[in-house]
Design a protein around this ligand. Structure first.
Ligand SMILES: Nc1ncnc2c1ncn2[C@@H]1O[C@H](COP(=O)(O)OP(=O)(O)OP(=O)(O)O)[C@@H](O)[C@H]1O
Ligand SMILES: [Mg+2]
Length: 278
């Protein structure tokens, strides 16, 4: 399923007037592509995903899904926080899509087990979310998104709350699952390394109000593993995205914290560099 986004503008009405979140976003995400979106904080990435998911209406512009519809759900979303139902077992947290569509109950267990096995959590089927680590909870959220059998999976910084090692492991897991399922994925991340590790292409957004500044192809051989991070193509791509992003991050920092504009450019760059690359 292709996602064609044309002239997307979003203005929020707030107490103090209008906030312009998006200022004309154009994008075309290809069928079964792993597509990344990266940009300074507040540039409208979450707003963009919400509009694609149909959770927000654009002020102007359109989102079109183009392709043969093979499954029942159009999109599933994975958030930064797994947002599981604490009173339900892991197994009963997964088949929400089939439940919502009122599929026959016997299918739930089968669907749950299939996707829990895929994220390697079958042994935790009867556990409650509180008994799981943060990384395991996110894996349940990914299983739940897949169980909805969507055309497109939207992910909003799904690993941002996890420790560095868990994040590395989950990136590998996500790649393995995507190689198998081959859904169209749109991933929002602040982490350039993550974008290069996972994506076919990455859109770099401007500082607020967001537009797409550039779309970079990630020409790093697949299958990708941790070792890919030392591949010269990987490093070249990382640097290219960072070059584009650095200017925007600096600009956003100056706008949000005018006092930081007085520090030397090198200082600002080092800080942004650290934030961006972890
Ligand atoms: N429901 C809302 N009402 C009013 N303003 C909003 C609303 N949602 C977002 N905004 C504003 O729109 C702008 C973009 O917000 P958004 O959350 O999309 O940015 P983001 O790129 O996801 O940021 P971050 O990287 O910090 O997650 C911000 O200025 C934000 O304050
Ligand atoms: Mg966001």
């Amino acid at each position: 399923m292709r996602v064609v986004i044309h002239g997307l503008t979003k203005e929020f009405m707030t107490g103090g007037g209008k906030t312009r979140a998006l200022a004309g976003v154009n994008l075309e995400v290809r069928d079964r592509e792993f597509f990344g979106v990266i940009g300074p904080t507040g540039c409208g990435k979450t707003t963009l995903l919400h509009i694609i998911a149909g959770l927000e209406k654009p002020t102007k512009g359109s989102v079109e899904f183009v392709g043969e519809k093979r499954t029942q759900a159009m999109v599933s979303m994975v958030f930064q926080d797994a947002a599981l139902m604490p009173w339900r077992s892991v197994e009963r947290n997964v088949p929400l899509g089939p439940e919502f569509r009122r599929q026959p109950a016997p299918a739930y267990k089968r669907v749950a087990q299939f996707f829990l096995e895929m994220v390697r959590l079958l042994d935790f089927s009867s556990a409650r979310p509180a008994e799981l680590s943060g990384g395991m909870k996110q894996k349940v959220a990914i299983a739940r998104a897949l169980a909805n059998d969507p055309e497109v999976i939207l992910m909003d910084e799904p690993f941002a709350n996890l420790d560095a090692q868990t994040r590395l492991l989950l990136r590998e897991e996500l790649l393995r699952i995507w190689e198998k399922e081959k859904k169209t994925v749109i991933l929002v991340t602040h982490n350039i390394e993550e974008a290069v590790m996972l994506c076919d292409r990455v859109a770099v957004m401007s500082s607020a109000p967001g537009v797409v500044k550039s779309v970079i192809s990630v020409d790093v051989r697949r299958p990708r593993t941790l070792k890919s991070m030392s591949d010269p193509d990987f490093i070249r791509c990382l640097e290219k995205i960072w070059e584009l992003l650095r200017y925007e991050v600096d600009k956003a920092m100056r706008e949000n914290h005018p006092s930081s504009a007085t520090q030397s450019e090198g200082e600002g760059r080092r800080k942004a560099h650290f934030d961006g690359w972890e």
